[in-house]
Design a protein around this ligand. Structure first.
Ligand code: F6R
Length: 369
């Protein structure tokens, strides 16, 4: 069933072009407009939404954090992202005009389910973004937008993450279409860019050998830091989570702007740091700020492993290793930039002789609180 791959994880990482393509499939009409009738929520309700709260755990919550940047930009609706287990025990401000989006691969995560119930009791509309058909969370939600990643067997989430981000983009574009916050042409353009993503992911996967080589050199590493900014921030968090889960290595993700507010104290000679660099074609200042961050940590001896867009030569003087990924519009970039980090975690775990499909102490669905 592993289809010639070394593990389910390896297979699922390589399945990602399909996970994204299949999640996009059949959700537009012949005029290029998004058709999400499947969610069966009254359009009038969606037009009135004045706040979105994403509730999820772990990797699914990072998908929500990526979505926040896109949805706020496209729809001009405030988006909060909250860990489901924290949401439940606050006194969240939720009412009939709140759209709660529950993101879950399994559809069975108890904390997320409880957050769904909590939100509905207070009158919110709950839309689930879920991968597993027939699971509990969609049954208890007002609506569901399925991700079409296919079954995810490895305990740590990879392809479901990309599919969750893709589905959340579709939701954001749909809301923008419905509420008229983006012109139809602009929406069609993003959809065209989204359809180009699977081939770009494939390009990254084709470079997996180099990631493997570097991961093997680093098999003795005891700590790795990850920095990112804007949509690269949740990508950094996800890169750190994958490394903890799969390779049992201490890893932490930071927003690059936080560096001088504390984490830079951790930098000592030899400390490996992954940096997810925003596209130089996006906001200029963002790119140059992250480049200065790389310079700052390099000056203190960090070993810099840089994820950058093809053609971004500004990074090379300060990067010990550069992983180039294809050019992608800023808001969609996580779909490609996270892939080298997933590969890195898997390869490092493999180099340590660990079972990447069944990491210790973890379960695929967390059905207890
Ligand atoms: C990380 C991972 C977990 C899950 C989290 C939520 O690799 O797999 O962090 O993302 O437990 O699970 P679902 O998406 O099933 O609700």
């Amino acid at each position: 069933e592993k289809g010639g791959f070394r593990s389910f994880m390896d297979k699922e990482i390589h399945d990602q072009p399909h996970a994204v393509a299949d999640t996009l499939l059949g959700r537009t009409d012949d005029k290029g407009r998004l058709v999400l009738d499947e969610i069966h929520v009254d359009e009038a309700v969606l037009r009135q939404v004045d706040k979105i709260i994403v509730v999820a755990c772990g990797t699914a919550a990072y998908a929500g954090q990526v979505a926040k940047y896109a949805i706020e930009h496209w729809c001009r609706i405030p988006v909060e992202v909250e860990l489901a287990h924290e949401f439940r025990y606050r006194d969240p401000i939720v009412d009939r005009r709140t759209l709660v989006v529950a993101v879950s691969q399994s559809g069975e995560t108890m904390d997320t389910l409880m957050a769904v119930r909590h939100a509905r009791e207070q009158g919110a509309t709950v839309l689930a973004i879920v991968n597993t058909h027939g699971s509990t969370i969609p049954r208890e939600s007002d609506a569901v937008l399925y991700t079409h990643a296919g079954p995810e067997v490895a305990v740590a989430s990879t392809k479901a993450f990309l599919a969750q981000i893709t589905a959340a983009y579709l939701l954001g574009l749909y809301l923008a279409q419905l509420r008229g916050t983006k012109f139809p042409d602009e929406i069609a353009e993003v959809l065209t860019e989204l359809r180009a993503i699977p081939a770009k992911i494939q390009t990254v996967l084709d470079g997996a050998d180099r990631v493997r080589q570097i991961a093997h050199w680093m098999a003795d590493t005891s700590s790795v830091l990850f920095l990112g900014r804007h949509v690269g921030y949740p990508v950094a968090m996800e890169g750190a989570l994958k490394l903890k889960e799969l390779a049992y290595i201490h890893a932490e993700g930071f927003a690059a702007g936080e560096l001088k507010h504390g984490p830079i104290a951790l930098i000592e000679p030899g400390q490996p740091v992954f940096v997810v660099v925003p596209s130089p074609r996006g906001r200029d200042s963002l790119h140059s700020k992250v480049i200065s961050n790389i310079q700052e940590i390099r000056a203190r001896g960090a070993r810099t492993l840089v994820i950058a867009e093809e053609g971004d030569e500004a990074v090379t003087p300060f990067a010990d290793e550069t992983f180039y990924v294809p050019q992608t519009p800023v808001l969609l970039a996580p779909l490609v930039s996270v892939v080298p980090l997933q590969l890195f975690a898997m390869e490092l775990a493999t180099a340590k002789g660990l079972d990447v499909d069944q990491p210790r102490n973890l379960a695929k669905s967390v059905t207890v609180e």
